[in-house]
Design a protein around this ligand. Structure first.
Ligand code: HEC
Ligand code: HEC
Length: 307
């Protein structure tokens, strides 16, 4: 009797282990096919980028590389960096973008930045290309020129390697692959030179991450850094253009309030050109006033749990 029960137990355990092996094997295979999937983009979307360096283009490239967060992840020297935030996957370092790193054609740059595609045609991980998908030819050319102008960094960046846990996380879609998460038919934005609402709309792509897609502000709880209402019904309704530019360059609002740089990353925006700053102002001022109820920016900062 006891032997029979033991046998039944062994059979049950055996089938459970078998099932587990099947699930894990399936997850491993699914993650592997995601890691090896190839992506293509119409060639016409990749040309027309001109990285010929001029002093104006280099200055523009630096300000955009900082404002768009390239230096945040790829390092101030753009030499690449192991990012702690993807430790759960294994090792997924941000690539070396200087001339000390792998050689890249302009088309390969465009694939990486706008489409999340590696030089071998597979997807990048944790490269936020969905935000940069419409990057203008001017911005991309300027960033490439700036990266090429930097001292080549030759310290090797570790190879990307996804461990077993990482395969499970990818299989469960808990961290999307950059190329799968990005539309591949979007045309680069064409931004006319000079101050314009259109340039301002384009420059606020990243602001929407924290200030909501209509820039009417996020409620605390939806974000670690709920940004305030930037439309004319918020604080900015009473500001002047000069007051706005001063706030973005110094982190101090017209009423003398200091913005918390850990939540509002003004230091990354402070070197945007006057043309860009004034365009952002023109765009914010053109927005329909948001009618969503938003707590005041200062009140929100105070309500946040201490970090
Ligand atoms: C959130 C962090 C993050 C930000 C912001 C970011 N990158 Fe990346 N980037 C990465 C990571 C991580 C990789 C490598 C991913 C991999 O190997 O799967 C990468 C890869 C790339 C590649 C592909 C390199 C290759 O060898 O194919 C290029 C080009 C690139 N980034 C350029 C940029 C530029 C330009 C910006 C700013 C507009 C930028 N990145 C912003 C994290 C980031
Ligand atoms: C990482 C999140 C984040 C991003 C990205 C971000 N902001 Fe903010 N912003 C905040 C937070 C949070 C506050 C409130 C900060 C405080 O009260 O100290 C804020 C406050 C502000 C204020 C002051 C508003 C007021 O009512 O006093 C302005 C102006 C502003 N942001 C403009 C921008 C612009 C323009 C961009 C894009 C170029 C941007 N922000 C991008 C999080 C962000």
């Amino acid at each position: 009797m006891a032997a029979k029960r033991r046998n039944a137990f062994v059979v049950l355990l055996g089938s459970l282990l078998g099932l587990l092996a099947l699930v894990l094997g399936g997850a491993w295979a699914s993650a592997n096919s995601k890691l090896h999937q190839h992506y293509t983009v119409p060639q016409a979307l990749l040309t027309a980028v001109d990285p010929t360096p001029t002093p104006a283009l280099l200055a523009h490239g630096r300000s955009v590389a900082v404002a768009d967060g390239c230096t945040h992840c790829h390092g101030d020297n753009m030499g690449g960096k192991d990012l702690g935030e993807t430790k759960m996957l294994g090792t997924v370092p941000a690539s070396n973008l200087t001339r000390g790193g792998p050689a890249r054609t302009v088309a390969q740059w465009a694939l990486g930045v706008r489409h999340g595609i590696r030089r071998d045609g597979t997807s990048l991980i944790n490269m936020p290309s969905e935000v940069f998908v419409d990057m203008s030819d001017e911005d991309l050319g300027a960033i490439i020129a700036y990266a090429n102008s930097l001292p080549p960094v030759t310290t090797p960046v570790p190879e990307r390697s996804i461990d077993f846990k990482g395969h499970l996380i990818l299989a469960m879609n808990m961290l999307p692959m950059a190329a799968a998460d990005t539309r591949h038919d979007v045309k680069p934005a064409v931004i006319p030179p000079g101050v314009s609402v259109e340039r301002g709309r384009y420059r606020t792509r990243l602001c929407t991450i924290c200030h909501a897609s209509d820039l009417g502000g996020l409620s605390p709880g939806f974000s670690l850094s709920p940004g305030s209402n930037l439309t004319p019904s918020g604080d900015l309704g009473g500001w002047t253009e000069a007051g706005f530019v001063h706030t973005m360059r110094t982190g101090e609002t017209p009423s003398g309030r200091k913005l918390d740089a850990n939540h509002m990353p003004w230091p990354t925006f402070k070197d945007l050109s006057d043309e860009d700053m004034r365009s952002i102002w023109a765009y914010l001022h053109s927005l329909p006033p948001s009618t969503r109820q938003q707590p005041k920016a200062g009140a929100k900062a105070a309500a946040r749990p201490a970090a």
